[in-house]
Design a protein around this ligand. Sequence first.
Ligand code: ZN
Length: 242
Amino acid sequence: MRLLALMYHRARAGRLGNSPRMLDAHFAHIAAQHACILPGEVLDSRRLNVCLTFDDGYFDFYAVVFPLLKKHGLRAVLAVPPVVLQEQAEASAEVRLQAEPDVNFTHPNYVGFCTWTELREMARSGHVTIAAHGFTHCRLDGESVDLHTEIVVPQTVLASRLGQSVDSFVFPYGRFSPPARQRAQECYRHVFRIGGADNPGWDTPLLYRVNADGMEAPDALFTSARRTRYRARHLWNRLRGR
Ligand SMILES: [Zn+2]
């Protein structure tokens, strides 16, 4: 019984995403073979437990991933930095899908991200749970980072505007300093990093995630060789104190 948290970004083909067709087949595989759970839920002792986590709140999550989650009866975590959120979008869905958000988020191209209205709809659907992902999406391993703004504030802002508690935090770029880690763990029940490893369960101080962008096949992440590697990487990370 292991817990595999998968990290996704865009719903389009490329290094930072997967095509809608690939996600559709991948979700069908998960729905048929594995237990898809959200943070804190009881693990299924007979199957691999998979937690889907999508980062950044790109509009293609609302346009592509959300309908696929409903189609396959799955649920996912969407990790959002509130700086990118606007109440409504003026542009058409077509324009928003084509938008190229600034990868450094210094000048977020709002048109390419979900809106508060869309986030509320998804959060209420039961298929999506919202996590904090910093406030401005800056790296949290620098010495001059305002940890209150980046870790405490997004929880308050997201919870009050969505009318739901926010129990999970996902480190932007997977980076953090020891004080950032401590602050996140004080505020949130579940804290995610990257690390390429699986987890024994939710009671892990920092939850590892495995990159799921750029999949070669719908079930590529679940072969026995991969699963052995995730487990070995978990032990190796812990040995190195990471
Ligand atoms: Zn991110």
